[in-house]
Ligand binder design. Structure first.
Ligand SMILES: [Mn+2]
Length: 328
């Protein structure tokens, strides 16, 4: 496990709650059909979130996928993240996009933030622990591919304390949870003993909460919109504020300032718009010429829609050539 090289924790200030930040996917390139300066926009959103956390006495908690690409990140961008996180501190888990191998390693960009003491990685064995409004609070979690336990053994962590007040426990995950409105779910939510709140990243749009016994399962969604999809058109980038009030968690969503969908994404070129040309093939080509996206988003959509016209080996060869170009 990657560990901080810092001897002291940056988190000395009084805190009264938590701010959960979902899937920022910071990266140098433009995702999909976005037409803004994505890397500056997403760093600006993170700065807003961290400022908000400081102003409201909240500990920032990252739900995974802080980075979109585990390793190809510029020093400039990692330096900016260090500057943003160094004073506020933060805790979190890693997502599938943060690690190139099945587990996070020293070769991944996120490891630099952890070693620099800018982000504390939490797990079942090493939760964050602190006091908020006179109540003991734990933040533990399961990074991508890590199991979520049936119960959190708070007694184990409380052996050395004099009092036996029941602490509040928030658990963070980055998993395909089976929730209403999400079709790719593989794991059903259940009660986790001693855990009042489970907050899941990985799913990029906000979903309705699910209650299982004492455990509330919340899905805030991503603070960035990466694809020009209808789901994203209605998704409002938000963070989840959780305050500790009278010995319990009290939560609500806070909208992160963002531009309207149509100002963030290139509009789709519709058949007919391209010089009255009725062919999808031609309108697809037009879209590629008009919207030269850095990620090749238009190219891949165009190929997927048109490769059926070719025999299978020819189609596969064209796709593999396109992927080689995209990887460069
Ligand atoms: Mn993600």
């Amino acid at each position: 496990m990657v560990k901080s090289l810092r001897k002291t924790s940056p988190r000395s200030s009084e805190r009264s709650g938590l701010l959960f930040i979902g899937d920022p996917h910071v990266e140098n390139r433009q995702p999909g059909f976005r037409k803004d300066d994505y890397q500056r926009v997403i760093l600006g959103k993170l700065k807003w979130c961290l400022d908000y956390a400081s102003q409201h006495g909240l500990l920032p908690v990252f739900l995974g996928d802080l980075f979109d690409k585990p390793r190809e990140n510029s020093n400039w961008m990692i330096g900016q993240l260090m500057e943003l996180l160094f004073d506020t501190g933060a805790v979190g888990i890693y997502g599938n996009h943060d690690c190139a191998d099945p587990a996070l390693s020293d070769a991944d960009s996120l490891a630099l933030l952890i070693k620099a003491g800018c982000l504390e990685l939490v797990s079942a064995e090493s939760p964050w622990r602190g006091e908020m409004n006179g109540c003991e609070v734990f933040v533990a979690g399961s990074s991508y591919r890590h199991k979520v336990p049936r119960r959190f053994d708070v007694e184990e962590f409380q052996r050395q304390t004099l009092f036996d007040d029941k602490p509040l426990v928030a658990w963070i995950t980055h998993h395909d949870i089976e929730l209403p409105g999400y079709d790719a779910g593989r794991f059903s939510p259940r009660e986790i003993e001693n855990v009042q709140l489970l907050v899941n990243g990985h799913i990029h749009r906000r979903l309705e909460p699910v209650v299982k016994g004492q455990t509330h399962w919340l899905t805030p969604g991503s603070i960035s919109r990466r694809t020009r999809s209808e789901a994203n058109r209605s998704h409002v980038p938000s963070v989840l504020q959780v305050d500790v009030v009278d010995g319990r968690f009290d939560w609500h969503y806070v909208v992160v300032p963002h531009q309207p969908f149509d100002e963030v994404f290139h509009s789709a070129v519709l058949p007919g718009e391209a010089d009255d040309e009725p062919s999808d093939f031609i309108s697809g080509l037009k879209e590629m010429l008009l919207r030269k996206t850095a990620s090749g988003a238009g190219l891949f959509r165009f190929l997927e829609e048109n490769l059926a016209e070719f025999s299978e080996p020819v189609g596969e060869e064209i796709m593999s050539l396109a992927k080689q170009v995209e990887d460069e």
